[in-house]
Design a protein around this ligand. Structure first.
Ligand code: ZN
Length: 390
């Protein structure tokens, strides 16, 4: 249980604005579904909304006051009316749902309302989801549900249709950086990690690690040297990268997970995915169990390939900014200003654009499950050629 108010949240101002207007104008809905990528702050928004719903004296901007009995008990982590339902192991079981629903039949202890936050709602097992659905269909008065998920396509469509959906997007690089800095991560690590975090604080936090920093630095220097040295060393670099990445842990998004369904993926998850695809809804192309605190890389595997392509594209984008006149001290990878200037002096923006296209083409082909080593080597050779022949 954690206390938060709107001002604790970075980004998502449109979503917060909508929630504030709803709180100001009427009773909040019985059920909200917060969907969007992992690690962008959906849970914090959920806690801020829950705190506001339960607060006895909300502020003018529809935030929890921080002073009333409700706010104080939430701050102490012992609010009798605000509960969170989390996975137990790999899923949320029906027994947990029943236990969480039971107290909702009674009046709120502190007066205003009861709120149940369901984290990782896509992990509700089928029978658990059905039990929750029954309550969503006939919610007890003064009861609110906030379902939070990064994989909404795996939820029962009936749960979705009973909820007011709030969609969250990736955070800006600046917002990721601000959150990491507020957590006292070292500024030089944050400067490297934030642009590669894909809008996720969780992923950014994983990258704020000296081992990752060393791997990133080495790779950035290598990419900035493409088109200048002997292209034959590209094969060696690919082999060396495998050794560097081996054993490092990375928080990855569902889209980057291996193509083949992992044995731990549940049958209902696979079914839901197949259904979503049949209906033409956007479903992830790949399916696997969700990593807990990150996936440990096995040399240059597909996750490593995706990461190396991300870094390469990020470096080339910064090189493009510098090639079109931006001060290298102003770009996210400013610590590599010298390398960026060096690349600017021997190529031009059109060549860098061509090199970026090569990376994006490989990224798009990841669904075809290419051999990571060959795919990366071919991409870097193309980048090298584009920059060399500028
Ligand atoms: Zn309050």
């Amino acid at each position: 249980m954690s206390y938060a108010t709107w001002s604790d949240v970075r980004g998502h101002s449109a979503q917060i604005g909508v929630l504030q207007r709803i709180c100001a104008s009427a009773q909040p809905a019985h059920a909200y579904l917060f969907e969007g990528p992992d690690g962008v702050g959906k849970q914090m928004v959920a806690w801020a909304l829950a705190a506001r719903i339960a607060c006895e004296a909300p502020t003018a901007d529809q935030a929890a006051c921080g002073e009333c009995r409700s706010c104080h008990s939430l701050q102490r982590g012992e609010h009798p009316d605000l509960k969170v339902l989390k996975k137990d192991g790999a899923s949320i079981r029906i027994g947990q749902v029943r236990d969480a629903l039971k107290p909702l039949r009674f009046e709120p202890v502190l007066g205003r309302a009861k709120v149940l936050i369901v984290d990782d709602a896509h992990l509700l097992r089928e029978e658990a989801a059905n039990a929750l659905l029954k309550t969503l269909e006939e919610p007890p008065s003064r009861t609110h549900f906030i379902l939070v998920t990064s994989r909404a396509q795996l939820l029962l469509s009936t749960i979705r249709s009973r909820s007011q959906v709030v969609r969250f997007a990736e955070l800006d690089t600046q917002d990721v950086a601000a959150v990491l800095l507020a957590e006292d991560q070292p500024a030089d690590l944050v400067a490297m990690a934030a642009p590669l975090a894909e809008g996720s604080v969780v992923r950014g936090r994983t990258l704020c690690d000296p081992d990752w920093l060393a791997a990133i630095d080495r790779l950035v220097r290598f990419v900035l040297g493409l088109g200048a040295g002997n292209p034959l060393r590209i094969g060696d670099a690919v082999a060396g990268l495998g050794g560097t990445l081996d054993g490092l842990s990375l928080q990855i998004s569902p889209e980057q997970q291996p193509m083949v369904a992992a044995p731990t993926a549940s049958i209902s998850e696979a079914k839901a995915l197949a259904q979503a695809e049949k209906k033409g809804r956007s479903a992830p192309k790949k399916l696997a169990s969700k990593p807990e605190s990150g996936t440990r890389l096995k040399g240059l595997d597909r996750v490593g390939l995706s990461w190396a392509l991300d870094v390469t594209t990020t470096v080339l984008r910064d090189a493009m900014l510098v090639a079109t006149g931006m001060d290298p001290d102003e770009v996210p990878l400013s610590r590599h200003a010298e390398g960026l200037l060096n690349m600017r002096d021997r190529t031009h923006a059109a060549a860098i654009a061509k090199a970026i296209d090569a990376c994006l083409a490989t990224e798009a082909s990841l669904v075809l499950n290419p051999n990571p080593r060959l795919a990366l080597e071919a991409t870097w050779l193309e980048v090298d050629r584009a920059i060399r022949h500028a």
